[in-house]
Design a binder for this molecule. Structure first.
Ligand code: NLE
Ligand code: FE2
Length: 311
């Protein structure tokens, strides 16, 4: 995925007045970060070939129109080698530390060494399970648009590969993160309901609430964990797609807290490395009820918000 962080929205004119009423209103061309312009501290900053590749893929993503096939990307041998390295590392930790819904869905997808899967292949499986689709994007979208896509069962996915110098962790979303982290769970009905409920809430949200929802998204879809008996398992894509983050979670390296979408959420960070805390759901079913009740509270007129008899 690609979702922007608060206050990077400088100059981004999207506001409440531009309501998203259908997937056609979702603009994947307005990129707020993690596109082809790499920051100085990015591992690929001094790698011109990598930068050129990022530019090419960013332009390709911008040309995609809803309803048209997604062109395949011809991944280079180096990119395939990075995919292979991550897959090998992750296959050690995922069976023990990923949630059961994820492990149930994973075999539906043809993830193997030697070939980076294409978005259209993912869509064939998703169409036959929950009706979701993935759609290419160049980098970080405006959150109103990214979250709006979720309401219409569209998940915007980057297609570039992480820099080969650091396969076990990248701060930004890349094709490994999207495919291994996000896509499998989109085939699970309870999870699909949970993530869509965040999208639905965004349709009624004002700009301030959009930033709040971005954090709720971050602490569930990206870095959420869920109870399984007396254990805690990963369902957040940012954990599932990173060997480093998964090992950090498995070692109990972060605090665990209960998620309450009605409360202010902590600041999110792409830059500080592994998360210092993870938010826990009792189950996906409980999580989507919780998020749906939050969504319903947004749809109420201001004067009625917080009135328990109405909500
Ligand atoms: N840290 C994750 C990874 O290395 O796959 C990506 C997180 C994107 C929000
Ligand atoms: Fe993501």
């Amino acid at each position: 995925n690609a979702i922007a962080q608060a206050s990077t929205a400088s100059g981004a004119a999207t506001s409440t007045s531009q309501r998203i009423l259908s997937i056609q209103d979702v603009d994947n061309g307005q990129i707020l970060g993690f596109g082809a312009d790499l920051a100085e501290d990015h591992p690929g900053f001094h790698d011109p070939a990598y930068k050129q590749r990022r530019t090419w893929l960013a332009e390709l993503a911008k040309t995609h129109r809803i309803g048209t096939p997604i062109p395949d990307v011809a991944y280079s041998p180096d990119e395939v080698a990075t995919w292979d390295a991550v897959l090998e590392e992750l296959s050690e930790l995922l069976p023990q530390h990923a949630c059961r819904e994820y492990l149930r869905c994973l075999p539906l997808f043809d993830f193997r060494k030697g070939k980076v899967p294409q978005l259209e292949e993912m869509n064939a499986v998703l169409r036959a399970t929950t009706g979701w689709s993935v759609r290419p994007v160049a980098g970080l979208m405006h959150p109103r648009h990214f979250l709006g896509g979720l309401a219409f069962k569209h998940f915007h996915s980057t297609q570039y590969m992480r820099h080969p110098s650091k396969p076990s962790y990248t701060p930004e979303p890349d094709v490994v993160h999207e495919l291994i982290g996000h896509v499998p769970l989109l085939a699970d009905p309870d999870y699909a309901r949970l993530i869509q409920s965040i999208g639905l809430a965004s349709l009624a949200a004002d700009d301030k609430q959009i930033w709040h929802l971005t954090k709720v998204y971050w602490y569930t879809v990206e870095f959420g964990v869920v109870r399984e008996g007396d254990q805690v398992k990963a369902f957040g894509a940012g954990i599932l797609s990173s060997y480093g983050e998964l090992a950090h979670m498995a070692s109990g390296g972060a605090a665990l807290e209960r998620l309450d979408p009605f409360q202010p959420q902590p600041r999110m960070s792409y830059k500080d490395g592994f998360q210092k805390r993870y938010f826990v759901l009792d189950s996906f079913a409980e999580g989507s009820e919780l998020l749906r009740s939050y969504a319903a509270s947004l749809a109420l007129p201001e004067s009625l918000r917080g009135d328990a008899s109405v909500a």
